[in-house]
Design a protein around this ligand. Sequence first.
Ligand SMILES: Nc1ncnc2c1ncn2[C@@H]1O[C@H](COP(=O)(O)OP(=O)(O)OP(=O)(O)O)[C@@H](O)[C@H]1O
Length: 390
Amino acid sequence: MLKTLKDKKLENCSSINNKSKKQKHIVVGLSGGVDSSLSAALLMEDGWKVEGLTLWLMKGEGSCCSEGLVDAAGLCEDLGIQHNILDSRVIFEREVIKKTTEGYESGYTPLPCSMCNKNVKFEEMLKFVIKQKEFTYIATGHYARVIKSSCEHINNSENFQFKDFLLLRGADRNKDQSYFLYSLSQEVLSRLILPLGDLKKEETRKEALRLGLRTAKKPESQDLCLVEHYGSMQKFIDNHVKTKNGEIKHINGKTLGTHNGIQHFTIGQRKGLGIAWPEPLYVESLDKQKNIVYVANKNDLLKREAIIKEVNWVSIEAPIKEIEVEAQIRYRSEPVKGILVPLKSKDNLTKRFKLIFEDNQSSVTPGQAAVFYKGEILLGGGLISEFSKK
Ligand SMILES: Nc1ncnc2c1ncn2[C@@H]1O[C@H](COP(=O)(O)OP(=O)(O)OP(=O)(O)O)[C@@H](O)[C@H]1O
């Protein structure tokens, strides 16, 4: 197995070294792309007993569909391993397509990859391995890391109550996919091996070439399989969400134009508004009830707080008092400092938190995930449900 960890101390903590591996059974989620192919090949090289599993997510061409299934099958043939295919089209339709559509209808900007990881990919893989006769691990080609919290090199100056397994950012910050994994449970983490967590994307390609994998030169897939499938998110929306004309208003109340459905807009959007105004205007909020798109100057987009719902604590027990975090509010955005305050609920098991930013933030977008980190450790995350003004 390649050793590329920058921090050699953490290397000894990595789950791949902690979980005794020789001849242990592992099921690798294969999408037909280079990342999951290399994951399977590296695990084999490392002595694991590997099987492939491809979830059939949608009808059609492309990596999520028939092309992905065929590529994954070919890879398994090359590697001489069993290939399993699960028809997950119904659950994908219900949990991703329908919920993404409902999100847009409600004026949110949904995050289909998180929905898929939460309710389809890892659910289905876990169910599959639990049914196996012997204890079976799970692997995917995500760029993130899982380590044991008992690792002595973990800094816990905040006195967090760590759970047994911690989820960490991928070592390659440009490829880090931990943001999409905030909904994982300890049950999944205890079985999960992420063989690419310590690699850079260039290293993945090099390794795939070294091992002669048929997917070594396959182009990078889109971040979003729905984009790859439909051509663009706009086309997905046109296909699924009904058009309902409404008004575009300045937050000062002045009507500036009309729109053909709030689903076509996202917070922070500047282009394509089709309105004339002396200074640049941006989408500030979407009012589903009144079917209004509100626009404002850049400064008016700045928010002080957001309410985060359905929070899942991945690596720590749910905090009962406020904690300081680094919050990432979009996949590609830099983490920002903030304070998380638990909001009371009747059962005392709050899943709602108020996130107060140290500096006001633009692009706080309901429907996107807010993921909380402390350095490399992903503490937990949830969905931005609303924001309050500056
Ligand atoms: N249809 C699927 N069936 C099983 N596992 C999947 C499927 N799609 C994705 N995965 C797993 O999830 C990981 C991350 O998926 P993502 O869609 O982000 O692909 P990716 O980063 O482009 O990886 P790849 O190069 O393997 O396609 C994949 O590496 C793979 O292990």
